[in-house]
Design a protein around this ligand. Structure first.
Ligand code: ATP
Length: 932
């Protein structure tokens, strides 16, 4: 079955829309209908617009300045061969030039494969980020992936939701939608489901429909889906909205800059060498040109950019396994530098599984038994001995339970034998409570008809519903045609009350009663309970819509409920880990200061008696005053989302690198301001997710800490292979430069051999070093200063030292081998063997270096041998490949090597080992020096 052809939906009345769409607004589609429509319309997603073509991506690889330089080297080297052929009238194949070009193309291909794979990995992450939507299907509320939406679905909207399809509104309660994506208008538009509009209404004025890609900034609504996927308005204009951004990280940018500098440096070197050659030894000009070409290739770490990209991509995958979804690649790096984590309480530090434990009304106190959302349990009242007072208390309690169940958007359902709540867990907790108190929720829904509501917002910290109650007389409320039920933060709700419920009637509230209620609230909050205050008001006529400021006044106080939301068990250890890693965890919550303090103390975020700053304090403080306090206060309570922004800014002014969590729409500015904005994957709104750098798939604080740890490991691995690769480059350049200086006839390494080293024999172990497991100490040192150079903390001097040692060993070996191999004559041992020995020594020395560079403090023997099997594999493979280059005839031919004897090979291995020995000795000396 398919839906008949589309009319202009905004011209239709609601009922007609439902008829056209062949759907039932109350029961939704059946699963069968939804499946049929899915088969017909396909998934609700925007097709990726064609970005760069594959060929374009391939071509883009050659825009890299290093590759351009290699192409120039190839052209010059080829030119020299052609000149020689012309001069000697023989055919000379320009082997080096051809080989370099092959390597350039291969490198381009490698870059292409890496780039497309990295893009695929990020696209997979993007799919994980697709949002869930709530719909009515088969008469029940269900949560489905937004891609499964089909025309005719009944879609439920609430504040913070990003609308997933186009649709005609069935119901809109205070619904405000920001349509900037389509109209450019940043102001929210108030929607009205009751309108029927003329055909020529422009898109921005179609108030009875909503569009995919726009955001609900306030209120609630029900939508009959009319268009999905590419047929939505957004689909028509879509340049698909990227969920995951692939911008280069600061380190990648710095490395590109470094690459450019090295290329420039190598050009200067070439000019110098050739200039010197021309002046001092014009007879050896050709050799000087060859030396300078080789040096140009040797200076540039051709393999480095690829290794960094792969490391970051692998890092994001490891993080996702630990439930942290990276949305912006630079976040991987910033994570290693985090000094402060500002976390919400509810759901992030706590489990967000709410159970009401205590009830307080004027004449009644009850404890509530039962676990989770299971409505089996009872209210154990402690009634006063006076039966009259006890009956007053029970009447108050009944009205309190009713208010909690009715002022509620959550749904209690049994799924697979387990009771669950769809919607806000705080509200969810009040549903089983009502059942435990003897209410039938289905019947209650029929008795109370909701006509209006003022939705919850984090600034007001309250929510109200207004409607008619068929059984009002049972509660002594029969005089009022309309009733408003309100629940929210106890202090703020109490401020709106002028009366208090006493049994079945209301009376003026006196200061003593107010003080008693606040004392009850404090007593519950001190136990770490989340406390809600409930109240009501009778209306003779409906208050105007969106009039919460005036209407939520003159309320009648009903009582308190205390809700247990236990801390997540793993958080305490995560907090401890933060503290040893020099990271300060801070709790920023909308909840009461005593509740916040109790939970923060139990988790180790603060000490008993530490000062808690509240939203009220913050409102009175200047920025300068906040700057003074921000480094010592670890708990902020009863804050509004805009305070979060002030706190992040103040922390940043103190030089802190801040991660900040958030879930609501209003948290988005703070998340954007933070160095790492962290959105909640489960409870977070789409708007916050889009403003974030990282999404916690499990909403868990411990996941932020795990991601920080991964960030540190990645950073230290990047540093490790950079020093490994650049140390080798220094060794190569010095060796090549030394050859003509010490008067050897010939160039020790051809450009092709250098490329082989830089890309293969250095590249493979470097890739393996990139997946080196983090050392256990990685969370026992302070965060990385984001301003520090990548070469900081002795890395630059290490590279120079190792480069020098590598060069000295190789040059000494070269000087000896030159004389030795030139005096020994044999058929197969040709005079160029000394150059092959240099080539082999440099390659094999790097194998030893790779083993030694794994740890800066521990000797290789002290490290578990198999903790990084990739490294062992890569070392074995590169050694075998290197030997193939010497002993396999066509490879020998191609790479211009010569067979060397077993004895000579052993000498190469022996010399190579010296680099390993040197690095290990450095560790011992450092250890001794540190102890001394
Ligand atoms: P966090 O910011 O740590 O997640 P929170 O969930 O307590 O904390 P808010 O959601 O802003 O922060 O809630 C602030 C206060 O508003 C709560 O302490 C509670 O008193 C009240 N409140 C929370 N949810 C509701 C709701 N659905 N209806 C009415 N009041 C609520």
């Amino acid at each position: 079955m398919t839906v008949s052809s589309s009319p202009a939906w905004y011209t239709l009345d609601r009922q007609d829309t439902a008829v056209h769409l062949q759907t039932d607004p109350n029961r939704g589609l059946t699963t069968e209908q939804a499946e049929q429509r899915y088969d017909y319309y396909g998934p609700n997603e925007l097709k990726e617009t064609q970005g760069r073509s594959k060929f374009q991506i391939f071509l883009d690889q050659f825009r890299n300045v290093m590759l351009i330089m290699l192409i120039v080297v190839a052209l010059i080297s080829g030119g020299l061969d052609v000149y020689e052929a012309w001069a000697s009238h023989t055919f000379i194949f320009p082997k080096d030039a051809a080989a370099i070009l092959v390597v350039v193309v291969l490198n381009g291909l490698l870059g292409y494969v890496q780039e497309t794979r990295a893009e695929a990995a990020l696209a997979a992450l993007k799919n994980m980020a697709t949002s869930k939507v709530r719909v009515i299907r088969d008469g029940r509320i269900a949560e489905i992936d937004s891609v499964e939406l089909v025309p005719g679905d009944v879609l439920l909207l609430e504040t913070g939701v990003k609308i997933a399809a186009d649709g005609r509104l069935w119901e809109a309660v205070n619904l405000q939608v920001r349509e900037a994506t389509l109209t450019g208008e940043a102001q929210g538009v108030i929607k009205d489901a009751g309108l029927e509009l003329p055909e020529d209404t422009v898109l921005g004025d179609r108030l009875n429909v909503v569009y995919a890609g726009t955001e609900v900034t306030q209120g609630r609504g029900t939508v009959l889906v009319t268009h999905t996927g590419m047929s939505t308005e957004l689909g028509k204009i879509a340049t698909a909205l990227q969920a995951v951004e692939t911008e280069p990280t600061p380190l990648q940018k710095r490395m590109t800059e470094l690459g450019n500098k090295l290329v420039f440096g190598s050009l200067v070197l070439v000019a110098l060498v050739i200039g010197a050659g021309l002046i001092f030894r014009p007879d050896l000009f050709r050799q000087f040109v060859e030396v300078s070409l080789s040096m140009a290739v040797a200076v540039v770490p051709e393999g480095l950019p690829a290794v960094i990209t792969v490391t970051l991509a692998l890092g994001t995958q490891r993080m996702v396994k630990r439930n942290a979804l990276i949305r912006r690649l630079p976040a991987v790096e910033t994570l290693g530098s985090i000094t402060t984590i500002c976390s919400d309480k509810t759901g992030t530090l706590t489990q967000n599984k709410m159970v009401v434990q205590a009830i307080r009304t004027l004449h009644n106190q009850a404890n509530v038994t039962g676990t989770g959302y299971d409505p089996n349990g009872e209210l154990q009242s402690h009634p006063p001995s006076d039966p009259h007072v006890a009956s007053l208390g029970l009447a108050e309690q009944r009205l309190l339970l009713l208010a909690g169940a009715v002022c509620n958007d959550a749904v209690l359902q049994k799924e697979a034998g387990e009771w669950i709540v769809l919607g806000d867990p705080t509200e969810g907790a009040l549903l089983p409570l009502a059942v435990k108190g003897g209410f039938d929720l289905a019947q209650l829904h029929q008795e109370f008809e909701r006509l209006e509501e003022f939705p919850f917002c984090a600034d007001r910290k309250r929510m109200s519903v207004i409607g008619t109650l068929g059984t009002a007389s049972d509660y002594g409320l029969d005089s009022a045609p309309y009733l408003m039920f309100t629940k929210g933060s106890p202090e703020l709700t109490l401020e709106c009350c002028t009366q208090i419920q006493l049994g079945g009637a209301a009376q003026l509230i006196n200061p003593g009663q107010r003080a008693m209620i606040l004392a009850q609230n404090d007593q519950l909050a001190k136990q770490g309970l989340r406390v809600l205050g409930l109240a009501y008001r009778a209306w003779s006529e409906l208050p105007p819509p969106a009039s919460e400021a005036e209407s939520e006044q003159n309320l009648v106080w009903l009582g308190l409920v205390g809700i247990l939301d236990p801390p997540r068990p793993e958080v305490k250890a995560a907090v401890e880990k933060c503290l040893t890693a020099g990271i300060r965890p801070i709790m920023i919550t909308g909840d009461h200061q005593l509740t916040a303090q109790a939970i923060a103390t139990s988790l180790g975020i603060c000490q008993a008696g530490d000062y808690v700053l509240t939203g009220r304090d913050l409102a009175k403080m200047t920025a300068a005053e906040l700057d003074q306090r921000v480094m010592e206060v670890n708990v902020y309570a009863r804050v509004s989302p805009e305070h979060k922004l002030q706190i992040v800014q103040a922390l940043q002014r103190q030089g802190q690198v801040v991660a900040m969590t958030g879930d609501g729409v209003n948290d988005a500015p703070a998340l954007k301001q933070a160095d790492i904005g962290v959105a909640m994957g489960i409870t977070g709104t789409d708007v916050t997710k889009e403003a974030s750098d990282m999404v916690l798939l499990d909403d868990n604080f411990a996941t932020i800490v795990a991601a920080t740890e991964e960030g540190r490991v990645i950073y230290s691995n990047i540093r490790r292979f950079i020093k490994y690769i650049l140390g080798s480059n220094i060794g190569e350049v010095l060796t090549i430069a030394a050859a003509p200086i010490i008067g050897l006839g010939g160039v020790p390494l051809s450009p092709l051999q250098i490329l082989w080293m830089n890309l293969v024999t250095d590249g493979l172990p470097a890739l393996a070093l990139a997946v080196e497991p983090g050392s256990p100490g990685v969370m026992q040192v302070p965060p990385i200063n984001p301003k520090e150079s990548i070469f900081a903390r002795g890395m630059g001097s290490y590279m120079v030292r190792v480069g020098l040692v590598l060069a000295i060993v190789t040059i000494a070996m070269m000087a000896w081998a030159y004389g030795f191999t030139n005096t020994v004559t044999s058929d197969i041992l040709s005079p160029k063997r000394w150059a092959t020995m240099v080539f082999t020594t440099l390659c094999i020395a790097q194998m030893g270096h790779a083993l030694a560079v794994r740890s800066t403090s521990k000797l290789t023997l002290e490290l578990p041998l198999f903790s990084n099997p990739y490294l062992l594999l890569s070392l074995f493979l590169t050694t075998v490949l290197q030997l193939c280059l010497i002993y396999v005839p066509f490879l020998r031919e191609f790479f211009n090597t010569q067979i060397i004897s077993g004895q000579e090979l052993l000498i190469c291995f022996g010399c190579s080992a010296l680099v390993f020995v040197w690095v290990e000795m450095e560790k011992l000396v450092y250890r001794y020096w540190k102890r001394a």
